[in-house]
Write a protein that binds this ligand. Structure first.
Ligand SMILES: Nc1nc2c(ncn2[C@@H]2O[C@H](COP(=O)(O)OP(=O)(O)OP(=O)(O)O)[C@@H](O)[C@H]2O)c(=O)[nH]1
Ligand SMILES: [Mg+2]
Length: 322
């Protein structure tokens, strides 16, 4: 079996679309082979530049990602795109919508596009997305673009994976700078004023400028503001220019290294928590033990801390068996 996983890894390193696609499915399905695969691929990662694209629903993220991908592709790069759909109930439409809008690249093997549904992932979405990004990285994509709707903590966590984060704002739509989520403001490395063909672009830029004057600079970087009209491919060159400047400034800097380490701290904690949980409650007997303990705690037959100790003891036993 491990020989076949190595073959699979080889195919991914060679950028074979089917192998990449199967790997992503394995990650999403929590297939037991995914861990083995990721361990084999990890030494081949760390090469791609990951760009997070976030903003309120409908701000033009997919359209912009599509144009950015086209731009990078035009320079001869390979591009991987992960579109993390907003949580239900309207995911169906979003998946379809993304596929349709990005169809321009459907026949280009140099651009890999994957929509990921958020179904059923409780807090694990950032991990899954992170693992998918590793696969796209190992597959030789110079750029990985991650689209997410910037609404919740989950999305903010996803964006933290990125080397550079674009926050999209549009004139009107009620998301004035004052109303913008503080979290979104803090994660922006570059602000993109999309739909700047609409009224109010000047006002939005002025408001944003005013706010940035007050905000403390992060590591001496004041987020650039770039205006785009994604539908008309306007401002996209300026945007790739701003991204390149950001990369030039932070690519190999100590700040970037610190960010990477912080990122892996968070991720290792999450992975460790998940591994312990899996060991504690995996399998039918694990489920049964969890149910029994929950009943005992509910009926005050046991206190929750004693129950947790029992669960952790189960994890310990599973670890020794592994
Ligand atoms: N006028 C104008 N419309 C745009 C622009 N960019 C995108 N749109 C339109 O805005 C709508 C939403 O665009 P999407 O790219 O799907 O936006 P999104 O942020 O990916 O949307 P969700 O993924 O659903 O959150 C589409 O009808 C686009 O054609 C722009 O620069 N100007
Ligand atoms: Mg979209």
């Amino acid at each position: 079996m491990s020989a076949s996983v190595e073959t699979w890894a080889e195919q991914i390193r060679a950028g074979e679309v089917r192998a990449v696609s199967r790997a992503i499915t394995a990650i999403e399905d929590r297939d037991a082979r995914a861990e083995d695969l990721l361990r084999r691929l990890f030494p081949n990662t760390g090469k791609s530049f990951v760009i997070g694209v976030t903003g309120a629903p409908g701000t033009g993220k997919s359209t912009l990602v599509d144009r950015l991908a086209g731009g990078y592709r035009g320079q001869g790069n390979h591009v991987g795109i992960i579109a993390v759909d907003p949580t239900s109930p309207y995911t169906g439409g979003a998946i379809l919508g993304d596929r349709i809008r990005m169809q321009g690249h459907a026949s280009d093997p140099g651009i890999f596009i994957r929509s990921m549904a958020t179904r059923g992932f409780l807090g694990g979405l950032a991990r899954t997305t992170g693992d998918v990004a590793l696969v796209l990285d190992a597959a030789g994509n110079e750029f990985v673009l991650i689209e997410t709707v910037g609404v919740g903590q989950d999305e903010v966590d996803i964006v933290r994976l990125a080397d550079c984060t674009l926050v999209l704002l549009v004139p009107g739509m009620g998301d004035d700078v004052q109303n913008m989520k503080a979290g979104l403001m803090e994660i922006a490395d570059i602000f993109v004023l999309n739909k700047s063909d609409r009224d109010g672009a000047n006002r939005l830029e002025a408001e944003l400028e005013a706010m940035l004057q007050l905000a403390p600079e992060r590591d001496g970087w004041k987020p650039e503001i770039v205006r785009t009209v994604a539908t008309e491919n306007k401002g996209v060159d300026e945007l790739t220019g701003a991204i390149a400047r950001y990369r030039e400034r932070f690519g190999k800097s100590p700040e970037h290294e610190a960010r990477e380490i912080e990122h892996w701290r968070t991720r290792l904690l999450a992975l460790a928590g998940e591994a312990v949980l899996r060991r504690a409650v995996s399998g039918a007997d694990g489920e049964a033990a969890l149910n029994r303990l929950a009943q005992e705690v509910a009926s005050r037959g046991k206190d929750p801390y004693a129950a947790v100790r029992e669960l952790l003891a189960r994890a310990d036993v599973a670890e020794k068996r592994a």
